[in-house]
Design a protein around this ligand. Structure first.
Ligand code: UDP
Ligand code: MG
Length: 320
């Protein structure tokens, strides 16, 4: 019988683990779906990992790992994909903002041949205005840059084993899970869902972490900012040609060009363009540097007993 793995990245979610494990187990058992729950504690500093151990003790279908430090949600997702052994894998938040009731629909579409089932947000739920604005801006920038409509997409999706293997084979460190499934292709289906209110704890994203995430994802998926440097250059050259013609005309008309202010202004404008461009190029060089170093996406410091095989950086098996 086919097995469904559910990957749940968790950062300081001690209040959510037990409840989420219980809700998902009940649902999947009721549906008669064989499953495993893979919790990845992303370097949590509260009792998240202890809660995972507790849940694993109560339910042998629960397994998990702890990162050596906070590596970010992307890393958590990829570690979960690595640990998952199912024929289909669902990635979802462990705060139940992604409603579990959608899982049976995803499962059914997968059984009918879909290789990727995308969860599409029909509503962002009850979130603060500031959050809505920054998240909105984030998705607008993203959609523009990578030419994929990201506004309603989320990390909530089901992937067939084939797709999981493709993603795990990718050599890059800076991944963007949400867009990578579009990039990978495959047969796609969608399921709409309504974002639920968070039950316990609070959102881990601040305005700045979201902005950083946006820039990092945009540059890992697009070279458009680099091409903008060329546009800046073209604009400067066009400006100087116009200025040159104007100067020439005034010279022949016998008027002298007043110099100082113009020169200062030009230096400031062109200097600004150059520094901005250097910054953009520098950002890409930094990304190349990070990729070239080839450090692992994450380091696992602990895993539960039932995690089989070699796991990147796992150095200690946990006794239950
Ligand atoms: N998360 C993570 N590492 C981080 C930040 C968040 O694994 O560095 C997890 C978090 O525990 C949750 C999911 O990613 O399961 C979504 O995070 P959150 O609920 O804070 O984001 P929001 O739902 O507000 O977008
Ligand atoms: Mg959430």
């Amino acid at each position: 019988m086919a097995v469904l793995s559910i990957v749940l990245p968790a950062y300081n979610e001690e209040q959510n683990i037990g409840n989420t494990a219980k809700v998902l187990a009940e649902l999947l058992e009721r549906q008669g779906i064989e499953y495993e729950l893979v919790f990845i504690s992303d370097g949590s500093v509260d009792g998240t990992y202890e809660e995972i151990l507790k849940a694993a003790k109560e339910n042998p279908n629960v397994k998990g790992a702890q990162f050596s430090r906070n590596f970010g949600k992307e890393a958590g997702i990829f570690a979960g994909l690595e640990l998952a052994t199912g024929d289909a894998v669902i990635v979802m938040d462990c705060d139940l903002q992604h409603p579990p009731e959608v899982i049976p629909q995803m499962w059914e579409k997968w059984q009918n041949g879909a290789e990727i089932v995308e969860g599409i947000k029909s509503d962002r739920g009850k979130e603060s205005l500031g959050y809505k604005l920054s998240a909105g801006l984030f998705y607008r920038i993203m959609s523009r840059l990578i030419r994929i409509d990201m506004s309603a997409s989320s990390d909530f999706k089901l992937l067939d084993r084939k797709v999981v293997n493709v993603l795990l084979e990718l050599p890059e460190r800076n991944t963007f899970f949400r867009a990578l499934t579009f990039w990978a292709g495959f047969q796609k289906e969608t399921v709409e869902y309504e974002v639920q209110a968070r039950k316990y704890g609070e959102s881990k994203w601040s305005f700045w972490s979201l902005m950083k995430y946006a820039i990092s994802n945009a540059t890992s998926f697009s070279t458009m900012p680099l091409q903008m440097v060329t546009v800046f250059g073209a604009v400067s050259i066009l400006g100087s040609v116009i200025l040159f013609i104007q100067t020439l005309v005034r010279y022949f008309m016998g008027a002298s060009v007043e110099g100082f202010t113009t020169v200062i202004l030009l230096i400031l404008i062109i200097g600004g363009f150059i520094m901005l461009s250097l910054g953009i190029i520098g950002h890409y060089i930094a990304r190349v540097y990070e990729e070239v170093k080839g450090r692992p996406k994450y380091i696992i410091s602990r895993v539960t007993d039932n995690v089989a095989g070699n796991v990147t950086g796992a150095w200690k098996r946990e006794r239950r």
